[in-house]
Structure formats: C-alpha cells, structure tokens
Design a protein around this ligand. Sequence first.
Ligand code: ADP
Length: 480
Amino acid sequence: MPEVRTPQMFVDGAFVDAASDATFDSVNPATEEVVARLAVAGERDVDRAVDAARAALDGPWGNTGPRERQRLLMRLAGLVLDNAEELAQLDTAEVGIPIARSRGLAMASAGLLEWYAALSRTVRGATIENNRPADLISSTLRQPIGVVGAITPWNTPLPMMMWKLGPVLATGSTLVHKPAEISSLSALRMAELCIEAGVPDGVVNVVTGNGGTGALLAEHRGVDKIAFTGSVATGQAIVRASAGNLKRLTMELGGKSPSIVFADADLDRAAASVARSIFDNSGQVCVAGSRLLVQDDVHDEFVDRVAEHARALRVGDPLADGTDMGPVASKAQWEKVKDFVAGALEDGAELTTGGGGAGQEKGYYVEPTVLTGVANHSRLAQGEVFGPVLGVTRFSTLDDAVALANGTDFGLSSYVWTTNMSTANTMVRRIKAGIVQVNTIEGLDPAVPVGGHGMSGYGKELGLEQLDEYLSTKSVWTAR
Ligand code: ADP
C-alpha cells in the first residue's frame, strides 16, 4: 500500500494544505479499502493554484528557451523511469489496473515525455509574402498559450496526465491539473518529480477534488485553455463554463468505436484483437472497440471465437501475476456497467458470455461480457459503457456496415477487419471517426495525432498537430 500523505494539493512547488475543509476518500476498487483521503479544492484553492501558474508564466519560465525545456522534459522522463514502480503501484491501488499493465503505462509515460522533449524544438512561425509596400515584412510568432487547466479521467491516470503536462512544458505554458477524484496520487507524485527535474515552482500545480473543482477551473478567468479528457456530458458543461473568457479548448470525449469484421477477414487474428480491444483495462479505454459489427456469413462462428477469448481471461487481483483483467475503477462505474447489461437484456439482446460479477467476495469486478442481437438504436449500441461489455450487431453489405459504423453520435476510433484492399480503402474513406485501423488494434504512437469527430470531441492530442492547441499565433508586421 503506498504511503498516504494527503489531504494536500501541490501548488507553487510544494505540498500545501487546502483552504477547503471538504475531503473525499479514494477507494481501492479491488479491496474496497480507503487508499487516501484527499482535499476537495474549493474556490480559494483553485485561485491560489491559478495565481501560482500565472506568476510562473510571468517569471523566468516565460523566457526559457526550447533547449532548456527539452532538457527538463528529458530529465523528467528519466525520473518517471526511476520511479516507474511507485507510479504504477499508485495507479493500480486507486483504479485497479493490473500491475503489469500499470508498469507498461509508466514506461509509456516516460516515452511520451521523450516525444514532447523533441517537440519542444519544433515550434516555428513563418514569414509570409504580402502585397503591401515592399518594405513591409509579415511573419507569425508562436507563443505559449498561457495558463492551461487540465481535467483528466481515471482510466489510465499517468499517461492522461502526460498528454497535457508534456505539451505544457514543451511550449512554455503553465499548468493547473485536476486529476479525476478517484485517481489523484500519481498526479501529485508527478508534480513533485517535476520539481526534482528542475521545473520552476508554479509551472506545474495539482489541485485535487471532484467535478465542482473542475468546474471552478473551467470558469476561471485566469485560465487561458482547458484541456479535457472525459465524458461528453462533462465536456459540454466545460464548454458552457468556459464561455466567460472564451477559453481555448481541447475536448477528448467518449467513443462507441466499432470493430467491423467482414467475412473475408483473418478470423483468428481478428477475434483475439477484437477481444483485447474491449477487455483490456476492463473496457475503460476511450478508443475501446465496444461495438462488434459482423458480416452475416461468419457471425455465429466469429462470436463464438470472441466469447472463447473472453472466457479465457483471468479476472482477479490486479496485484497478482498473470491477471488479465482487474475490477472496474469504482463502485459508481460498477453500478453503471451492470445497469447497461440489464438494459440491453430488456431491449432484447442475448447473453453469449459473462454478465455477472467475477466471483470475488470483494471488489468491483465484472465478467468479460458479450451480448448479441444488439439493435443499433438501443442504449447499449449508443451509450458509452466504459466497461468490459461488447455489443454485437450483424450486417449484410458494405453499405450496411458503413451505416452502422456511422450510426452513433460518436466518432473516435474504428477497426476494420478484411483481406480485401478495396473494402479496406472504401471503409477508411467512409467511416466518420478520428482514427481508422485496418487489421490491427496496435496503432498508437506519440507522433500520430489522436482526436475525435462528432461528439467524440475536437482538437488533436499527440502528433505535431498538438502543438497548435498549446500555442497562440501572433501576426507581426515590420517596416524597415
Ligand atoms: P466519468 O463520468 O467517467 O468520471 P467525467 O467526465 O465526469 O467522467 O470526469 C472526467 C473529469 O472531469 C474528472 O476529473 C472529473 O472530476 C471532472 N469533472 C466532472 N464534472 C465536471 C464539471 N462539471 N466541470 C469540470 N470538470 C468536471
């Protein structure tokens, strides 16, 4: 069990007591034991963190060059590697991610910081030909966006923080981060590691708390941008709250991403990947392949294969070696998942496998679940469960597959399984989503942008594209 050193927030380079008396408990979803008591930061606390971030922006940090920022990011990446075990243990204790996966995520987080270190050297404007008198030179200057409020979810706490912390440090902005209430400890530890890496006080601040704390950040006049990852409803609330000072926004919201399996696909490979894409991390992944669309001819055979993979998964203690799937992250999430399954059965879906708890006496476990006969207008096909629940719908023609794939409000990711190049190319063009993967689910790299279409949000993370979200462009005219 990690050391508990809360309720405190991290502001201006140090742990500080919150002005607010309110607290909440973070609970280990595998044991139902309290891991830590944390502060619910209130208005004065958020003000204090935003003031620290503003002062840091106006101080020497504002003049730090790209090489210095690159070095800081590389040092921080090294510290994440040095402390990977502790960071992994914190995330596993709070959200139940199997420990081997948490360790992998900590390693990947260091890799993300290395990417952002490189990115810090690529900020550039342009000189632009113009039609004004010949002695006028026009150019663009790209400057840090300012104070960034990051509001993140609990599904993979550490990398989600890196996706915001990295571009903040790469561009010379400053950060007030509000991690999800149930997963704050790795963020607090990261703030400490930033100081160890040499990041100046006030550049990285972490306030703990609930949705109310997030809302304070979203409406704060001293915040220039909100970088949000989470649910659609919360994203919409943030859009509304941010209107007061017209903050810049990036919205990485939910998904209901389809795996689309054509009859000519390599069914063995597809079945293993389809199962992983919904059951890894107990389905709590924004790009999870939570809908399976299968062509008629292979429907029954393919569903059987996926169900076999589901039944073979070892569900249990996230700290035990060999566990494939831990619990879902909280009691609230557990209730929500069970409710979705019950609703799907009422709507006429049939249970192929799973549907219950996984037999543990304690903890918020859900069996890997596959439901067939899911109508596309049903709640299961349209709503983000964020749990290990796969809904299966059959299709006949390519046009049917396209209509089903595009038949939700979301548009985050999609996975096409076919050996026919023409089918693959047609699907790539016609699917409305920010990501299309063909015959794979492995497509994730810091250099390649991630972001949704439709109600999955807007603004890109990762890739060179992410820089644009963290920079302001100033047009500069100069006469001789
Ligand atoms: P989930 O329902 O999966 O927890 P949310 O979108 O509610 O997803 O949570 C993602 C993040 O948004 C968390 O850090 C949460 O505290 C925060 N949050 C929740 N409600 C609000 C709100 N009204 N304004 C700002 N942030 C919020």
